[in-house]
Design a protein around this ligand. Structure first.
Ligand code: FAD
Length: 453
């Protein structure tokens, strides 16, 4: 970016300290965790913005977008940069809009709705909510670092989804305000079903500046690790706990061996050669869960009260997409997929994948409750990467046998498999960003020139 933009934007904010142009800083704030994917690594290495700007209010976001619209400058929103698909990596340079300083909690209402700004870290919200008897319904394993806005923009679900569904289910996101990319940027309220216009659109159709997020009543949790001789036995027990509504749970994560051997800080809970399950379970049900596990042939290798996000061991640090990170630390050739198995055919689907790919695919399951109430055996399997062709063969085969794959090796909203068939996200982009300046290149069905005509 040439200096006139930097100087003009600094003048707009009246604060040059919030316009960052140091190349190392700009590079750092242009990256996310796309390097999880060997495919995206090749595509996205070296992509950077021209400068980073840090607004502190929706009015400042409006002023920045007004300027960028007038000067045709691309804008890529950034929360904490923990996304996995290069969602926050600017493909066409321009401004990185770092929302970390918009991190206020306006209120937590008596009926459990947090009203907050997008840069607020999920961990900070969880801690504040628990003080008044509430907690997050679901959160990614990156909770300490990830922002609420980034979770809405690019995340899906996580710890808690086994009980409360994913972020887009059960009206967890009650409402949001979004700033548009127009000659005169507006602040538009999306409520109810209309939140889906913006959710998981990767910041391509508006900048979220205010969020109403429904919480759940806080529970006293315990953590528990159980080993089984076989993955089949671990899966059976996990599925039974996940499905039975009598259990109050936040996490049910079975791993196939050798995945437990990758979780180096908690190896003492992972007997050699065995499958392992990590649970977050209501403290008052923990002893009962342990007894049930033993009755099914399980060995309880760890059990203790959950004492908060900064305490150790924190079993959630090894679940959801943290599992992949631990695998990659052991061998860089590991990568991952994001799958949803069919609850009625899951055992047959897993067997077919094993028959065809052997230990190229290692099962790491994460249960979540779907919007229709069914318990989905989701999975973030660890995959041994050899070539892109082989990876695509695995994805195709999954789909052939009825396993849904949200492909984490593509860098656009549609390819990731979470695009809405009713096109509401695209329609919002046409309304709110007709020039296509918001995170350009990430919503590939949007055609700025055609639309302009
Ligand atoms: P960013 O990466 O900064 O942004 C994500 C997307 O949202 C980008 O496209 C960005 O442009 C857009 N965006 C950011 N702020 C705004 C805004 N205010 N308005 C509009 N768009 C915006 N994800 C899960 O869902 N579940 C998991 O369990 C999970 N585990 C993970 C584990 C690891 C180790 C890693 C590296 C990632 C994991 N992720 C997971 C992905 C990621 O952590 C989450 O999606 C997280 O919520 C992203 O938050 P962020 O603040 O880092 O967002």
């Amino acid at each position: 970016m040439n200096s006139p933009h930097a100087a003009a934007l600094a003048a707009l904010l009246g604060d040059s300290a919030r316009v960052l142009t140091n190349p190392a800083t700009v590079e750092q704030l242009s990256r996310d965790f796309y390097w999880y994917s060997p495919v995206l690594r090749r595509q996205l290495d070296g992509k950077v913005g021209d400068l980073v700007i840090q607004p502190t209010s929706a009015a400042e976001v409006q002023a920045i977008l007004r300027y960028c619209h007038a000067h045709d400058v691309p804008v890529t929103a950034r929360g904490a940069g923990t996304g996995n698909y290069g969602q926050a990596v600017p493909l066409h340079r321009g401004v990185v809009l770092d929302l970390a300083r918009m991190d206020r909690i306006e209120q937590i209402t008596p009926d459990g709705v947090a009203v907050c700004e997008p840069g607020l870290r999920l961990g900070a919200l969880e801690n504040e909510a628990r003080k008044v008897g509430w907690e997050l319904r679901c959160y990614p394993s990156t909770i300490i670092k990830a922002s609420v806005g980034g979770f809405l923009g690019g995340g899906s679900g996580g710890i808690g989804s086994v009980a409360h569904g994913n972020l887009r289910d059960y009206q967890t996101v009650r409402a949001l305000e979004v700033v548009t990319m127009e000659p005169e940027p507006r602040i538009v309220l999306h409520e109810g079903e209309a939140v889906h216009d913006i959710l998981h659109a990767w910041g391509t159709n508006g900048i979220v500046t205010r969020i109403w997020l429904a919480l759940a009543p806080a529970v006293e949790w315990a953590q528990c690790a159980v080993a089984f001789d076989t993955f089949d036995a671990a899966f059976d027990f996990s599925e039974a706990v996940a499905k039975d509504t009598a259990w109050t749970k936040r996490l049910v994560t079975p791993f196939e061996w050798p995945i437990p051997s990758f979780l180096t800080p908690v190896l003492q809970y992972a007997p050699h050669g065995k499958a392992l399950i990590f649970f977050l379970i209501a403290e008052n049900q923990c002893a009962k869960l342990e007894a049930a596990a033993r009755a099914q042939g399980g060995e309880v290798t760890y059990s203790g009260k959950y004492l908060g996000l900064r305490t150790r061991p924190l079993l959630s640090d090894y679940t959801w997409n943290h599992t992949t990170l631990w695998a990659m630390r052991c061998d860089e050739a590991y990568t991952y997929l994001q799958c949803a198995f069919d609850p009625d055919r899951v055992r047959d689907q897993m067997r077919k994948l094993k028959d065809r790919f052997g230990n190229e695919i290692l099962f790491h399951m994460e249960f979540w409750k779907a919007g229709d109430g069914r318990m989905i055996p989701g999975a973030i399997p660890v995959v041994y990467y050899t070539t892109e062709e082989r990876l695509n063969e695995m994805i195709c085969y999954c789909r052939e046998i009825g396993v849904f794959v949200a492909n984490p090796h593509v860098n656009n909203v549609e390819g990731g498999g979470r695009y809405r068939p009713d096109n509401v996200q695209l329609l919002a982009k046409e309304r709110y960003d007709p020039k296509g300046l918001l995170n350009p290149g990430k919503m590939v069905t949007f055609k700025p020139r055609e639309f302009a005509r």
